[in-house]
Design a protein around this ligand. Sequence first.
Ligand SMILES: Cc1cc2nc3c(=O)[nH]c(=O)nc-3n(C[C@H](O)[C@H](O)[C@H](O)COP(=O)(O)OP(=O)(O)OC[C@H]3O[C@@H](n4cnc5c(N)ncnc54)[C@H](O)[C@@H]3O)c2cc1C
Length: 399
Amino acid sequence: MESIREEAKVVPVKGNYDVIVAGGGIAGIASALASKRQGAKTLLIEKAFMLGGLATAGLVTIYLPLCDGEGTQVSYGIAEELLRLSVKHGYEARNIDFWLNDKDVEKRKKTRFETQFNANVFAILCEQLLRNEGVDILYGTSVCAVAKSGNRVDAVITENKSGREAYVANAFIDATGDADLFKQASSPTVDFGQGNVAAYWYYEYFENAYKLRMLGFSDTPDKYKTKEKIENDTRKRYTGLDGKELSELTCYSHSQILDDFLKKGGVNDAHAICSIATTPQIRMTRRIDGKYVMCDEEIRVKYDDSVGLFSDWRKKGPVYELPFRCLYSDIDNMFTCGRSISVTDDMWDITRVIPVCAVSGEAVGIAAAMLKDRIENLDVTELQAKLRANGVKIHTDEL
Ligand SMILES: Cc1cc2nc3c(=O)[nH]c(=O)nc-3n(C[C@H](O)[C@H](O)[C@H](O)COP(=O)(O)OP(=O)(O)OC[C@H]3O[C@@H](n4cnc5c(N)ncnc54)[C@H](O)[C@@H]3O)c2cc1C
């Protein structure tokens, strides 16, 4: 048998919202928070049972920089709020009091505005923050389809322990990291060409210390490699878009972790694996084919529709404006943020990180709450004014 026809079903509508956010990673958290703060009735749907996505369940606990590496902060608003929240009860590493409390200009030039947080503490704090602000959270729920009329999404179809249900909203935010909702809506999407090398970050307890083991560093974009280097690189690549492949990657990562751990001996009262990721550590998968596709050469380019600023985590200097047009495509009432914004493969390595996910999340959260009919008709000047009111810097000449 090659295929089976799934029976069409009538599903109950379980909720009506102004804004629905699918995915509770950093981008989804930022967007749900921003949307609710604009007065929109907001639902956040998350397939896991904790918030934070890769940053918490994926054990990616380094909040990369909010600054340009030369002493100037560039990302503000919720990007900064979440960084502060992540270390509210202490740092795991990278104490940055000179950024958070006292203004030591010389230290700021030398050490970037980045930190390392505890994944579990941060996940709980994010949950408490959203609940205190009035965001509804639906855990253990996957968005598995969208219901559309023309270029509009009317509802998301979800699946959880209760079965299949529908949630209706005026605007939707795809914060799944993989542009799942855009794919479900048959909107054009682009897969990451280079593929991902395996990563297997985990926490261990060893020599009286609780430590993050970062195994599997990020890959350099092909653009910066020689032809020879590309040809000689035989590491297996993962798309992150295939269920079976993700399961194989997960098993491979688990065995790499165990091998690494056993090199220092077995389990005893001074040696243990503390936590392994509960989501695959995949960096780039699928993005929307947005109204604009941004590339890494657009340093300090000014856009009329900029909605925030971010830096290059890999090196000092570059600062980018984020055009609003990278955050939507041909669907009238759906945005994206986080890992799936519309950028080239080379730029993706810069925009996929936690601070940029928060910057894009905040922008679309406000935009979704403002949306009346079509995104194309949204007043971007008003959106920028609302972002500025939250402390966000829009253009590089405001720094
Ligand atoms: C190995 C590795 C190392 C990294 N290192 C760093 C680093 O040091 N610092 C840094 O800042 N960044 C780093 N990154 C990047 C960064 O962690 C992520 O890109 C960022 O956290 C992504 O946030 P997001 O919200 O866009 O997506 P995600 O964190 O992927 O969140 C998406 C959320 O949506 C949920 N979801 C997905 N599909 C559905 C669905 N259909 N229905 C409902 N829910 C759904 C997921 O469960 C998840 O919670 C690293 C990434 C990797 C993989």
